[in-house]
Ligand binder design. Sequence first.
Ligand code: FMN
Length: 375
Amino acid sequence: MSSDLSVEFTGIRFDNPFLLSSAPPTESEGNIMRAFDAGWGGVVTKTIGLHPVVNVKGPKTKFLRTDVDSGALSMRKRPGSALHSSWNWELISDKTIDWWVPRIHRIKKQYPNKVLIASIMAGSEDERELEHWQTLTKAVQEEGADGIEMNFSCPHMDREDMGSNIGKNERLCATVTRVVKDVAKVPVWVKLTPSTTDIVAEARGAFSGGADAIVSSNTFPSLTLIDPETLEFEMSVEGYTSSGGLGGPAILPLSLAKMSQMTQAFPDKSFSGIGGISNFDHALNYFLLGCGTVQVCTAAMLDHAVGPNVIRELTQGMSDFLERHADRGWKTLEDFRGIRRDRIVPQSQIKRPDSADYHGGHDAEEPEGYARVPS
Ligand SMILES: Cc1cc2nc3c(=O)[nH]c(=O)nc-3n(C[C@H](O)[C@H](O)[C@H](O)COP(=O)(O)O)c2cc1C
């Protein structure tokens, strides 16, 4: 008997809980259709805005690799290295809403049962910018988008009233979400930046504005490394670089930490997890913390641009997992979702050894620090 991988998330039914996140894999009609053919449960389009977008000269994304033996980290492609992370300074879609509208229409006509979430972004500094959010919402939902993802998370925007700058302000999160909810006829997800002190505050803001789900994480602000030979940043234009976004394996534990704070604070709300997922074991972490769907970018970019092998592994991995745990009565994601959420406690509640066994810090016989001095 084949496993039931389908899920219902914010009222939308998905064939499986695995989505391509808003990024290059979903930047075109061709990619999105190939992604559906490959078996992804849904896609979130590359973020669509109303302001003209001009990206930096040269590459917008590269991949940082580590040498297994020496630990060297570099973007240079070389044999025997393992993927550490992706680094990007790409902006949102450089295609206009007029370019996207007929494409969303065609995609949904051809794939009525596949889920397309439209990622949108505008500013927040005045009424006109808030109206832009509504214009975008109406435009994409009229063409059949199944949901909206509001981008409060892009770490590198030219305008100060956009992207992660909204996601760092609880009140703005609430206001802008409410503006979209006022006209939305489909579920509204909010993608928050991880670059904030207490992400629970911004999640609270988004939920109070009516968000149906929180999505996290976008990439983490970061710099590319300096090549020790040339003394140049590994990604730069005419010698200059700027803060960009780190994704891929390196951010999985970071993103999980942010996610766990939110799923604990709002156990009855919906969450979609992103960051560092390339196989089912990675995705499982998010599910066990309470997420109802997960999204993938870096791993898909490196696998024929839309991740046909990645989605095969994710769905096969979930089927195998359900089969392995059939004796527990687990048949769907709902049966194991969130079962490790409450095992994360303040450090002060983690058991310490009994005092009879513990001499740390007081016993002159114990070595100083962690490393023993070689004899
Ligand atoms: C080149 C690139 C472009 C991206 N563009 C967007 C975007 O337009 N909108 C958005 O919400 N996230 C964007 N992201 C972030 C991804 O959707 C995702 O949140 C992030 O890469 C973490 O997932 P990963 O570890 O699977 O890569 C982009 C990421 C990359 C690498």
